[in-house]
Design a protein around this ligand. Sequence first.
Ligand code: PTJ
Length: 261
Amino acid sequence: MVKIPKVHPRRKSLISRKAIVDATKQGLLADSAMIAHGRGEAFDYLLGEKTSEIAKLSIKESAARLISAKHPVISVNGNTAVLAGKSLIRVAAVIQCPIEINIYYRTEKRMDLLHDYLESQKLEVSKEDNPINWHGDWESAVMAVKILGKEEDGKIEGLEGPRAICSAEGIERADVILVPLEDGDRCEVLVSLGKNVLVVDLNPLSRSAKMATVTIVDEVSRMAELLLQYVIENPSDNTEWNNDLALKESLEIISNYYVNQ
Ligand code: PTJ
């Protein structure tokens, strides 16, 4: 195994790549997961590989909407589980919402593998110390997080085929959904069903980014760590959120890449 030096300038990126490669070998990811990851890396490079001020605002807005939701849910696909699974379990523990495995390339085998993977991550997270500024019984809060998805007892009205399958207790009844790396069609339908759809996508031009209620243009693992901090801070939401304006700001950062160097 190649050891990545602590001072390597691309250390974080190399660690993420290795996680994606290892998870592919374990069968957790879709065949095209590496292509999606590579596309994300390219956008992240242009964003300076850091969370922009507008991304911070959109994460804060998402935190507020998740907290004030009646039935919030965090949707997790293969790439998200591998890159940000533990952080999102911590977020779910703080707001006490379920996590739903919601994959585009759906097979029973992948659903089972991802379920076991997230359950084992949950166990590890439950043994951690309380997150900073969070008070309570951490182990109980984490173990109360349900990992949904395998029940297949719900349907996303307006979609056909396997992409419509979901959990009745999760996405079907949710009023607010955090969906990292979502597909554009599904995002559009979820919005048309009146749900608040909070998308995480490094590409501000993707259909999901444009369709979402709030788009977080940031890398999913960076965003998840900040989201944890914000859900603990408990901010208030802004019903006037202008997502088009937020997307424009992210695009400006990308187009000013050379100027910002
Ligand atoms: O696990 P599954 O079956 O649900 O499949 C997951 C993938 C990601 C393979 C599937 O959803 C897919 O093909 O996605 P796309 O259509 O390639 O879109 C991926 C989007 O996510 C692109 O716009 C990327 O820029 C963005 N992206 C990739 N990696 C990251 C990311 N956004 C945030 N953080 C990342 N690490």
